[in-house]
Design a protein around this ligand. Structure first.
Ligand code: HEM
Length: 518
């Protein structure tokens, strides 16, 4: 009897083993999605210069909405249609919600101590909760107030040089930089802005720098031999950030002590908000809504977490917002009819006897359509970068664990099956009933992504864009400089972390209101 039982067990064991091996092999046998053939070892690395939103859009026309590329040992799949976007951002969201990071990103984010580059999981979830509740919430009046103050400051600057050509691109970028800087560090810190922007620029360059070890890890030694400079730059950049933000954190600790001693309820910036979680004998901050569940203690942050989170805000909220505002102004200057419609709406809703105020925004329907149309044609983050957390399958194709998943939001916004006349700037398309929205459930329109990794700063970003454009169009008339015709305006973009205009927009404002500007 015992012999019978043990041979049944052995039989069952081997049957299960054979079945598992069979399943595994079956899965391995699935083909990768279609894509260009590569060379041994380097795969498609000779196509590096085509890895832009436009280059990948061309590839999708050849191979379809799901394209496979092999870069050294790295698998990349490119998603270019709304149907495929739905698959990875909704149907299989959790398997596709990791974030890829190269050597530079890992180092500069203190080994992914932030939210934007943290992989999907409990740590990311807690960081996201802190950001959504404490940093980006509509309830955090300070961030929204700093938007209004800085837009007002920019209107004054424009007002002081009416009649002459001005670099609107530069002005807009300076505006969003000041908004995020002030929201992060508070109104009192003015002197460090230039220094901090220098650090940000170096981070940005290092994030995008080519490093062979990211693609062919065993060639990393080559990188060490030839690029010690690169390593030095990484160390220097992070050291500069350490010095800059450590001082700010120390100042905040002191300010808090004085504030608490004197019972002063000072205005809070983002560092203040994060100090509640600092693991250095933190003060306050026992916010129950931030506990994962009742039995667990609240997440404690180190200084590195705070530094990395602040960089998320600076990178996430500066270039993106500036790029949308500049593209809106450029598209309107290129289409005078649409510019006229937007300005006429401001006359109808607000009139020319007073300035726009916050409560007017909800009534500016056409302006909101203009914002959406600019986001469709020029999503500031043209390619959403995800990574698979496990082996997956899409439409019968194998997508191995660790595959980089690039969702081409730029291509998707111009998809011919989803959009009529997709290359034309036509804000009125969004007036139609049932027109797509950017909130995440319409996969033909994903400028903020969708699902777990979608943009947590969307509300703040859209508010900044709407209020800035409303004031620019209401206070001033705009013309191109030196008699330039609208069809002569350069509308090329450049590809980097974002896709801003290749040539900054220059325009001439003239005064439009019947009331004084301020
Ligand atoms: C119009 C302006 C903006 C646009 C178009 C935009 C777009 C995006 C997109 C496409 C993503 C990636 C989604 C994905 O991977 O699926 C993202 C992520 C993110 N954005 Fe924004 N963004 C904007 C403004 C902002 C602002 C103002 C902030 C902060 C103040 C911000 C902070 C972030 C952060 C921290 C992430 C990473 C989220 C995560 O990985 O969980 N963004 N944004």
């Amino acid at each position: 009897m015992e012999i019978f039982q043990s041979s049944t067990t052995i039989f069952l064991f081997f049957s299960v083993l054979i079945f598992v091996v069979f399943l595994f092999r079956l899965r391995r046998k699935l083909p990768y999605p279609p894509g260009p053939n590569g060379l041994p070892i380097i795969g498609n690395m000779l196509m590096m210069d085509q890895l832009t939103h436009r280059g990948l859009d061309n590839l999708s026309r050849q191979y379809g909405g799901l394209v496979h590329l092999q870069m050294g040992s790295l698998h990349i799949v490119v998603i270019s249609t709304p149907q495929m976007a739905r698959e990875v951002l909704q149907a299989q969201d959790s398997a596709f919600a990791n974030r890829p990071a190269n050597v530079a990103i890992s180092y500069l984010t203190y080994d992914r101590a932030d939210m934007a580059f943290a992989n999907y999981g409990p740590f990311w979830r807690q960081m996201r909760k802190i950001c959504v509740i404490r940093l980006f919430s509509r309830k955090r009046a300070e961030s929204w107030a700093s938007v209004r103050e800085e837009v007002e400051e920019t209107v004054r600057t424009i007002g002081s040089s009416v009649g002459s050509a001005m670099n609107l691109g530069e002005l807009i970028f300076a505006l969003t930089r000041r908004i995020t800087f002030k929201a992060a560090f508070g109104a009192s810190l003015n002197e460090g802005e230039e220094e901090f922007m220098g650090i940000l620029q170096e981070f940005s360059k290092l994030f995008g720098a080519f490093n062979i070890a990211d693609f062919i890890p065993w060639l990393g030694w080559l990188q060490h031999l030839h690029a010690q400079d690169f390593h030095k730059r990484l160390v220097n950049a992070r050291n500069s950030l350490d010095v800059f933000i450590d001082k700010i954190i120390d100042d905040h600790i002191n300010k808090r002590r004085i504030g608490i001693d004197n019972n002063v309820d000072a205005e809070k910036d983002m560092v203040d908000e994060l100090m509640d979680f600092l693991n250095e004998g933190s003060v306050g901050g026992d916010d129950d809504s931030l506990r994962p569940n009742n039995s667990q203690s609240i997440l404690k942050l180190t200084r590195d977490h705070i530094k990395a989170l602040i960089m998320d805000v600076m990178f996430g909220g500066t270039e993106t917002v500036a790029s949308v505002i500049e593209w809106i102004m450029a598209e309107l200057l290129k289409s005078p009819m649409e510019l006229h419609k937007a300005q006429q709406e401001l006359v109808d809703v607000v009139g020319l006897d007073r300035r726009v105020n916050e409560s007017d925004l909800e009534k500016l329907t056409f302006l909101k359509c203009v914002v959406k149309e600019a986001l469709r044609l020029h999503p500031p983050i043209p390619i959403l970068l995800h990574e698979t957390a496990e082996d997956s399958v899409i439409e019968g194709y194998a997508i191995p664990k660790g595959t980089r998943v690039w969702i081409n939001a730029w291509s998707i916004g111009r998809d011919k099956s989803a959009w009529g006349d997709p290359e034309t700037f036509n804000p009125s398309r969004f007036l139609n009933e049932g027109a797509p929205d950017f909130k995440g459930s319409d996969f033909e329109f994903v400028p903020f992504g969708s699902g777990r990794r979608s943009c947590p700063g969307m509300q703040l970003g859209v508010y900044t864009v709407e209020i800035a454009v409303a004031h620019f169009l209401h206070c001033f008339n705009w013309e191109l400089p030196n008699g330039m015709k609208p069809n002569e305006l350069d509308m090329n973009d450049v590809f980097g972390l974002t896709a801003p205009r290749a040539v900054q927009l220059v325009a001439v404002p003239t005064y439009r209101l019947k009331c004084p500007l301020y």
